[in-house]
Design a protein around this ligand. Sequence first.
Ligand SMILES: *Cc1c(COP(=O)(O)O)cnc(C)c1O
Length: 374
Amino acid sequence: MREYKLSFLRDDLFSLSAYAPSQTARDSVRLDANESPYDLPQELKEKLAEYYEDYVETNRYPDGGHLTLKNLLAEYVNEGNSNPGLFDANNISVGNGSDELIRSVLIATCLNNRGSVLVANPTFSMYAILAKSLGINVVFVERNEEDFSINLDRANRAVYGGDYPPVRVVFVVHPNSPTGNCLTGEEIKWLKGLPEDILVVVDEAYYEFSGQSLVSQLPFHPNWLILRTFSKAFRLASHRVGYAIAHPEVIAVLEKIRLPYNLPAFSQLAAQLVMENRHLLLPSVREIIGERERVYQILTSHGEYKQFRVWPSCANFLYLRWQGEDNPEKHQLVMERLKRDKIHIRHTGGGLRISIGHQRENDAFLQALSKLHL
Ligand SMILES: *Cc1c(COP(=O)(O)O)cnc(C)c1O
């Protein structure tokens, strides 16, 4: 076939590494994407099917304002907060996964060389991938290897000086992925001290597992935005729903730049159903935490795992490194060997991230890992 130059495409996109989505068979042990191991209970699936029959007119566009869902979300956010009337629908924007909201935040702040974003590696890779896809500069700083807190000296230097567009957004994850640590008091203090012309995005994708949130800080910091998702504790990864909580004027801008019908009708109904029935779903969080602690104990106390260093986690996954070091060959080997036993984990951020699954899945992982003879 003739070679085309395709010179209408941006040069920088040819070298962009896209996110590698998880592609794992149903009969495998899927510990690579931090999803909930629990499907929706049958009664809720039936209810959702009923909702579909009763409410969805397939020939009509979905509700482009998401008001019913936003009201439910405001109630849920207020529930975890001492001031019950603090947030309403005007504080919330809903996205096709929180990934969509990350992209909207980037468009709203940094496009056209107006700003750079700052991330501390290792962290969630989508911030940098989405920024680069929009031609936005990304400034990387390190974390302290002992506890994976951000190296604040480096972060300060990166924020207050550099040969690049000024930092307009700082992305932090609370608790961080893939390393599982929550923000420390020191880090939170640093975020509070950042100038108001920088947007602080606190990604609380694992909030239900950590029980820690910074929402109560939002009224004092109009330059903060909190992201959450239905993809983890709420078991709706297949439906792609995330939300942002922020100052109403920030929300109004995000609403302007999103696609008008970004959330399919069926996904809106699924998210509403899950919100209305959260008392049925959230107890599974305790079971996952119990499993996380059990796996952590085994990995840190049984001799066959002594080559791996394991860090404590406040999320639904654990982070491991061979002899505590970033050893790409070894980590790739472990991942590939486990794959032969149909056990999928993720090699990312200089280590191995293992999502917590059902007990039998976690046991399958532990057993396979102990037999690797590396
Ligand atoms: C899983 C995850 C998300 C969720 O993304 P969705 O697009 O809502 O599925 C966001 N941020 C972090 C840090 C995550 O780990």
